[in-house]
Write a new protein. Sequence first.
Length: 86
Amino acid sequence: MNKNYNFIPPNLKSFYEFAKMNTNEKVAELMNNGVLIDNDNEKDEAINLYYINGFFVEETISKRHGMVTDIIPFKQGYRLKDYSQI
């Protein structure tokens, strides 16, 4: 039996495919396939941490403007230190 552990279901994007998407496509992908792990509500913005298909995504939403201002996918590194209490 040949198992392919790197198989990505057709509805899930790889890290690189996700990084190439525009903001609207990224938001849709997070809503459809992402798992919300943590949320940090600050005075002017909300920061959501998602897990999707083997990588993490940090989404920043401006409370003042009610819109996504930044979406950063990452696999490891200093950004995870902010979430070490999870």
